[in-house]
Design a binder for this molecule. Structure first.
Ligand SMILES: Cc1ncc(COP(=O)(O)O)c(C=O)c1O
Length: 505
């Protein structure tokens, strides 16, 4: 039981319409025990005269207040004693009504065996709580709890997993095809090609575009490693550009400043669930006839001007890593495109460049297939995805409202953007201290990301130094992701916001 959400079992006592005969009842002028009702916390006796001790009712609000109040044992003990006296005076069993009891059909309803324990019992419980207030543990909120979501779809998921197991059909096949069709429809593209991870989706797409050593691909300095890592794995050069501090996404003007004769592609990232400025980025690309690959790993279903992520450019890459809005039971990813030739090449590349003729290879590809078990789970989850997005958006709106006007900088969603809030990322000064206070209060949070890509050890060969991308570096010092997953209860979101505000002071 949480102190800030006490259960409503402590309802007002039912009013008796006929007076109870009680030989041990106190006389009219004896002190009457107090009544604490839902409406009033007054300890005055009610005006109505009674010939029995009035059973107490304890309001939830009162109980809450009592548990928080400074403990005054003498008063509580006196109260307990009064109530124990009332309890003992209270008949546990009603006298049977002989007239009704005689009738076989009404015998059970005559009340012969009906006890009246709840009211005195609740009174006693109240007295005990007032005397020895419970020290309840503080509310804990995880950054992400995948179990709640799983429990809500467990039956559906177990059924399809059984079907795949019964068929022993694990590699590609109808399950993967069905999921790919549904995914393409969802993303507003002609094709979707399921692959082994979001990282492999990026790598496979760059391979399909023939990105080679010394080619340059422009991407943000502030993103998950895979964006730049996939470029570097092909021997190409990740060319970093700084971000727009309001959205954490690529700043189009920074992209324009990084174009050279070797630029072969642009790779914007839709970070935290909001699309980068695709109109401006597509304009820059179109002027140079460059392909754009959307890293939409964190943005499935997010929209810009009504158009979903992945449908704004030549290809969009998705991740089904379990923390994503559409998370698998392991690794998985997909590439969405409306380009027929690219889709066909991607399908070959994901199986070592081999098509229908097994062991004949048109390209050097990789083993990038999406497992049928993953596709089966993802296809079930896809049906729930919009409802889950709504849950995240609802939680984000609560944070926005509660944190507005404070020192916490909340995420800015650009006009025309519809974010799916894969993460709700705020900026705070003294971030590490604030994070430590949240951890101490039992609230999960995370830093995405603590170090920009240009300062990563593995990219030292690119020759960057601190200060090259100031907005990316500042983001790394200030960002803090708060719990936003759809199953969170409103009181939990509010508790996180309040705790964060307290931690800021
Ligand atoms: C922006 C971004 N790109 C790429 C990836 C890579 O996806 P995966 O982990 O499925 O390989 C991720 C995963 O977190 C990501 O956030």
């Amino acid at each position: 039981m949480r102190l800030d959400n006490p259960p409503s079992i402590l309802a007002p006592a039912p009013q008796r319409t006929t007076p109870r005969h009680n030989p041990r009842a106190p006389a009219q002028n004896e002190p009457t025990p107090p009544v604490l009702s839902e409406r009033s916390e007054s300890k005055e006796c009610p005006k109505k005269s009674r010939n029995v001790p009035i059973p107490p009712t304890v309001s939830a609000a009162h109980m809450h207040a009592s548990a928080k109040r400074t403990h005054r044992p003498s008063r509580s003990v006196a109260f307990l004693a009064t109530w124990l006296r009332g309890y003992l005076a209270f008949p546990l069993r009603r006298a049977p009504n002989p007239a009704k009891a005689r009738h076989p059909l009404t015998r059970k309803r005559a009340g012969a065996n009906r006890t009246h324990f709840p009211i005195p019992l609740l009174a006693t419980a109240y007295c005990l709580l007032a005397t020895f207030p419970l020290k309840l543990p503080p509310m804990k909120v995880k950054l992400l709890d995948l179990q709640e979501q799983y429990l809500s779809i467990r039956g559906e998921v177990r059924r399809v997993l059984d079907e795949v197991c019964d068929a022993q059909d694990f590699i590609l096949g109808p399950r993967v095809e069905r999921f790919e069709q549904n995914l393409a429809t969802y993303c507003g593209t002609k094709h979707a090609i399921g692959v082994s991870s979001g990282t492999d989706a990026l790598l496979c797409t760059l391979m399909a575009l023939d990105i080679k050593p010394d080619d340059e691909v422009i991407c943000p300095a502030f993103t998950f490693f895979a964006t730049a890592g996939s470029i570097a794995r092909l021997g190409a050069k990740p060319v970093f550009a700084d971000i727009d501090p309001a959205t954490f996404n690529l700043a189009p003007e920074a992209v324009a400043a990084k174009l050279t004769g070797n630029t072969r592609a642009l790779m914007p990232v839709h970070l935290f669930g909001q699309l980068a400025d695709m109109t401006a980025i597509n304009d820059i690309a179109a002027a140079r006839n460059l392909p754009v690959i959307e890293d939409a790993a964190q943005a499935i279903g997010a929209k810009q001007n009504g158009k979903p992520a992945c449908a704004h450019s030549l290809a969009g890459c998705l991740s089904f890593y379990p923390t994503k809005n559409l998370g698998g039971f392991g690794d998985g990813g997909a590439i969405c495109t409306s380009d027929d030739a690219l889709a066909e090449k991607l399908r070959l590349l994901r199986v070592h460049g081999s098509g229908t003729r097994t062991y004949y290879h048109k390209y050097v590809g990789g083993m990038f297939r999406l497992a049928a078990l993953q596709a089966a789970v993802l296809d079930i989850k896809l049906k729930h995805l919009d409802a889950w997005h709504e849950g995240r958006r609802r939680n984000a709106a609560i944070y926005d409202q509660m944190l507005s006007g404070s020192k916490v900088i909340t995420p800015k969603i650009e006009k025309g953007n519809w974010s799916i809030y894969n993460q709700y990322v705020v900026r705070v000064k003294d971030r590490d201290a604030v994070k430590a206070k949240l951890t101490e209060a039992g609230i999960g949070s995370a830093v995405y990301y603590p170090m920009p890509l240009h300062l990563q050890e593995c990219f030292a060969y690119l020759g960057h130094k601190e200060g090259d991308f100031p907005e990316s570096e500042r983001a790394c010092r200030e960002v803090l992701a708060l719990p936003v997953y759809p199953e969170l209860k409103e009181e939990e979101v509010r508790h996180v916001a309040k705790t964060l505000l307290a931690a800021m002071n």
